[in-house]
Design a protein around this ligand. Structure first.
Ligand SMILES: N[C@@H](CCC(=O)N[C@@H](CS)C(=O)NCC(=O)O)C(=O)O
Length: 197
């Protein structure tokens, strides 16, 4: 399999961490892509986004949640619970983390525009979503003993908030901060850390 990714993409990091946790990373060739600079991914994915996976059969799979679902079916341990209610809870946690990542990406892209052109309404709306998602994660009772797709998605997005200095999210969220400190030491998180180069 081939995974088109960028080192800073938190969605690609989620997929990489999941693959490492499942012992699948040896089967996946990582191919760097620069979707904000060129159109190289578009022939595989009309949205020209990373991550995009190409299976051994040559099929393109996206977006990151679908890639995680595909990879999860390939080996044990299953990181997406097969049965309800655990399944919808894990996928909803993943969706909240991914949505927070979408909001963070919009904030980062907006900050790249000339200062005089910043849209305050965009910052207000997206920063509100980020703060509410962080509060949800802080109160979710995340355990460092469980690292399924939802927890992986949260960890990948927290790493992005740090890497891009989006918000000081640790203030007032001690449970989330200490959980992240522990899970950041997992081999899968260390190997995919964008600040490690
Ligand atoms: N919902 C998508 C989001 C992926 C995404 O936004 N990727 C960004 C990089 S972090 C990208 O490739 N953006 C290129 C673009 O928007 O043109 C997923 O979960 O895979």
């Amino acid at each position: 399999m081939r995974l088109l990714y960028s080192a800073l993409s938190p969605f690609a990091r989620k997929v990489r961490v999941l693959a490492l946790e499942k012992g699948l990373s040896d089967r996946i060739a990582l191919e760097p892509a620069t979707p904000y600079q060129d159109d190289a991914v578009r022939s595989l994915n009309p949205l020209n986004k990373v991550p995009t996976l190409v299976t051994d059969e040559g099929e393109a799979v996206y977006d990151s949640a679908v890639i995680c679902d595909y990879l999860d079916g390939l080996s044990e341990p299953r990181l997406i619970p097969p049965a309800q209610p655990e399944r919808h809870r894990a996928l909803t946690l993943e969706a909240a983390a991914d949505g927070m990542g979408d909001a963070a990406l919009l904030v980062v892209r907006e900050r790249m525009r000339p200062e005089g052109e910043h849209r305050q309404d965009l910052f207000d709306r997206q920063l509100k979503a980020i703060a509410a998602a962080l509060d949800l994660f802080d109160g979710a009772g995340l355990s460092a003993d469980r690292f399924g797709v939802g927890e992986i998605a949260v960890a990948a997005q927290l790493g992005y908030l740090d890497a891009r200095k989006v918000v000081d999210w640790r203030d007032g969220r001690p449970a989330l901060a200490s959980w992240f400190e522990i899970v950041s030491k997992r081999a899968s998180m260390v190997a995919s850390d964008p600040s490690a180069g």
